[in-house]
Design a protein around this ligand. Sequence first.
Ligand code: PLP
Length: 219
Amino acid sequence: MSSIKENVRCILNELPPTVYLVAAAKTRMPIEIEEAIDAGVRIIGENYVQEAEEAHLAIGNLAQWHFIGHLQTNKVKKAVEIFDMIETVDSLELACEIDKRCKQIGKVMSVLIEVNSGCESQKSGVLPEAVASLAEAISALSNVRLMGLMTMGPQVGGPEDSRPYFVATRRVFEEIVLLHLPNVEMKYLSMGMTNSYRVALEEGANMVRIGTLIFGERD
Ligand SMILES: *Cc1c(COP(=O)(O)O)cnc(C)c1O
């Protein structure tokens, strides 16, 4: 079995220098996360605020912290203290809560809108046709800065099955760019995981979120 260090080096070698690697660290121990950071990981992705709090306490600002899970409004106060970016904003209500909590601590939070690119019911994320109006609304919030889009896509089939959803998300991304919204900087397109990141890169992702390929299978 290869080590976390070897896995990270291998991935960083493969990724073009313009692509950001987010190490998706759910269920991993701080010691594993530290090994990834030692090997060159600069961004840690966390799905759960409480888990992130413990890891953040142990590791601090050796890396940037991205929230990539589903964020409940009652966790926002804690989340804005820990995270440098929230990749999963999917409602104006959530964006407003982030704005309010960031005002209280004098912070401007970078966010991505999560796109429900598979238009799946019961899934988090905003439907592709609703992204523009949410982006416009977020544009008016002074302590939230929209910096791009994130998507998962349906988690079925092989990597090729993800391609249409990455293409659809890229299309929405370009649409938002053309709106030239104030206080919005469309810089990041976060798509692709362990089994789909190569397809995502082909479709324009410049941020990939990889867990299993770095840390091994989750228990
Ligand atoms: C777990 C997770 C990943 C990484 O998944 P792997 O298949 O382990 O690479 C990426 N993005 C999100 C939102 C995740 O929850």
